[in-house]
Design a protein around this ligand. Structure first.
Ligand SMILES: NC(=O)C1=CN([C@@H]2O[C@H](COP(=O)(O)OP(=O)(O)OC[C@H]3O[C@@H](n4cnc5c(N)ncnc54)[C@H](OP(=O)(O)O)[C@@H]3O)[C@@H](O)[C@H]2O)C=CC1
Ligand SMILES: O=C(O)CCC(=O)C(=O)O
Length: 386
C-alpha cells in the first residue's frame, strides 16, 4: 500500500471512531493545493539538468501550513501528499497553531555539489515564493536538507518579499534560527519515549535501543539516549548496520560516520544485517515508517508503537518556537526551548492516552483521533459550508 493510501486509511479509521460527519471527512482528505514545478539548473560542468519539485499544502484550518522539504530520489507526488496530510494531524496533536504541508525535490543530494544544491534550492524558491509565506506556508528541513538549505530559501524569498526570517524554520542561528532546533526532533523522540516508558515503570537508562537511520534525527536521538545512560546496541543507515551488545560509543560513532560517510567497519562494533534490527517498543522517529499491514502484525506480537505524528513532533514544535521568536524579534535561551519542548511532548502524550481510554484504541489511533478531532473542530468553527 502506498504512503497516501496508508495515511488516508488511518485517517478514515479515526474519522469512524470519532463519528465524523461524512462531508467533513471528505473535505479533510482533499489537499488545499498541490504544486509541481520543474527546476532546471546548470551543473558545475555547464550541462543543464532538470529536477521535479513538489509542495503540497494540505490544510490551514488551524493556522499557516507547516512542514519540511526533502531532497531524495524517491520523492513522488503521492508520498509528498501523504506527508503533508500527516503534518496536519501532527501539528494538531502537538497543539501548535499550524496546518500541514510538505515539499520535496526528486534528486540525490549526495551526488550534487554544494553550489549545485544552492542553485537548485534557489530555483525551487523562485518557483514557489508566491505560494509560501510567514502566515501562509512555512517550510523547514527534512531528509536531505538542513539549516544551510533553509538559509538559501530565506535569502531567495527575501529578494522578492523583503527580509522575512519567519518564512522558514530550522535556519542557522546567525539568521534567526532557534537554539535547540537542530536537536529538537531527536530530543522530542527521547521525551516521547520517556513518557511512554513511564507508563510501564521503565526508564531510558534501564533499556537497550536499536536505531534505524543515523542522520539528523537518528544521531541526535542516539546521543541523548547515550547521555541518559541508555545502551544503544545497534544502529543502521543506508549503507548497512553495526551492533555491539555492550553498547556503542555514540560520540565515536558520529566521528566515524563523519569521516567515512558510513557506519560500517566501526572499530567499536561489528557489522550486521540491517533486517535484524527490531525491538519490543517501536518509536517512529521517521515519518510513515510502518505499513498498516506491518502495524497489525506487530500489534498481534504485542509490540507497542509510538506513532510518527506524535513521536517526531518535537521538530515542528521547536520550529513553532523559532517562528514565534522571529515574529517577536526576541531570542530564547536553549534551556527554555528544551523545557517548553518537554512540556509540549508530555502534554501531547497524556492527551493521546486520554483518547486511547475514551475510544479503547491503540496509540496510533489515539494520536489520529486527537489530531483529526482538533482539525475538524476548527474547520466547523470557521464555517466551512457557506
Ligand atoms: N529533520 C527533522 O526535523 C524531522 C525529520 N523527520 C523524519 O525523520 C526521518 C529522518 O529525517 P532526517 O534525520 O532529517 O534525515 P537525514 O537525511 O538527516 O537522515 C536520514 C538517515 O536515514 C538513513 N537511511 C535512509 N534510508 C535508510 C534505510 N533504508 N535504512 C536505514 N537507514 C536509512 C540515511 O542514511 P545515510 O546517512 O547513509 O544516507 C540517514 O542516516 C525522515 O522520515 C523525516 O521525515 C520528522 C520530523 C522532523
Ligand atoms: O519543522 C517543521 O516545520 C516540519 C518538520 C517536518 O517536516 C516533520 O515534522 O515531518
Amino acid at each position: 500500500m502506498n504512503a497516501l493510501a496508508a495515511t488516508s486509511r488511518n485517517f478514515r479509521n479515526a474519522a469512524r471512531i470519532l463519528g465524523l460527519d461524512a462531508k467533513i471527512e471528505k473535505s479533510l482528505l482533499i489537499p488545499f493545493r498541490e504544486i509541481k514545478v520543474e527546476c532546471t539548473i546548470p551543473k558545475d560542468d555547464g550541462s543543464l539538468v532538470s529536477y521535479v519539485g513538489f509542495r503540497v499544502q494540505h490544510d490551514n484550518a488551524r493556522g499557516p501550513m507547516k512542514g519540511g522539504i526533502r531532497y531524495h530520489p524517491e520523492v513522488d507526488p503521492d508520498e509528498v501528499n501523504a506527508l503533508a496530510q500527516l503534518m496536519t494531524w501532527k501539528t494538531a496533536v502537538a497543539d501548535i497553531p499550524y496546518g500541514g504541508a510538505k515539499g520535496g525535490i526528486g534528486c540525490t543530494p549526495r551526488d550534487l555539489s554544494k553550489s549545485e544544491l544552492e542553485r537548485l534550492t534557489r530555483v525551487f524558491t523562485q518557483k514557489i515564493h508566491d505560494l509560501i509565506g510567514t502566515h501562509t506556508d512555512v517550510p523547514a528541513p527534512d531528509m536531505g536538507t538542513n539549516a544551510q538549505t533553509m538559509a538559501w530559501i530565506l535569502d531567495e524569498y527575501s529578494k522578492f518579499h523583503g527580509h522575512s526570517p519567519a518564512v522558514v524554520t530550522g535556519k542557522p542561528i546567525d539568521l534567526g534560527g532557534s537554539l535547540g532546533r537542530e536537536a529538537a526532533t531527536g530530543r522530542g523522540v527521547v521525551f516521547g519515549t520517556e513518557a511512554l516508558l513511564a507508563e510501564y515503570g521503565k526508564s531510558v537508562k534501564d533499556l537497550t535501543f536499536v536505531i534505524q537511520g543515523f542522520g539528523n534525527v537518528g544521531s541526535w536521538a542516539a546521543r541523548l539516549i547515550h547521555e541518559r545512560g541508555g545502551k544503544v546496541i545497534a544502529v543502521s543507515d543506508i549503507t548497512g548496520a553495526i551492533k555491539n551488545p555492550n553498547g556503542i560509543d555514540i560520540t565515536e560513532l558520529i566521528k566515524h560516520k563523519e569521516s567515512t560517510g558510513s557506519l560500517l567497519n566501526f572499530g567499536g562494533g561489528d557489522n550486521m544485517d540491517p533486517n535484524e534490527v527490531l525491538a519490543k517498543f517501536i518509536v517512529e522517529a521517521a515519518n510513515h515508517p510502518t505499513d498498516p499491514e506491518a502495524d497489525e502484525i506487530l500489534s498481534k506480537k504485542g509490540v507497542i508503537i509510538l506513532p510518527d505524528i506524535y513521536a517526531n513532533a518535537g521538530g515542528v514544535t521547536v520550529s513553532y518556537f523559532e517562528w514565534v521568536q522571529n515574529i517577536q524579534g526576541f531570542m530564547w535561551d536553549e534551556e527554555k526551548v528544551n523545557n517548553e519542548l518537554q512540556r509540549y511532548m508530555t502534554r501531547a502524550f497524556h492527551n493521546i492516552k486520554n483518547m486511547c481510554k475514551t475510544h479503547e484504541c491503540n496509540l496510533r489511533m489515539g494520536a489520529f483521533t486527537l489530531g483529526v478531532n482538533r482539525v475538524a473542530r476548527a474547520t466547523v468553527l470557521r464555517g466551512w459550508e457557506a
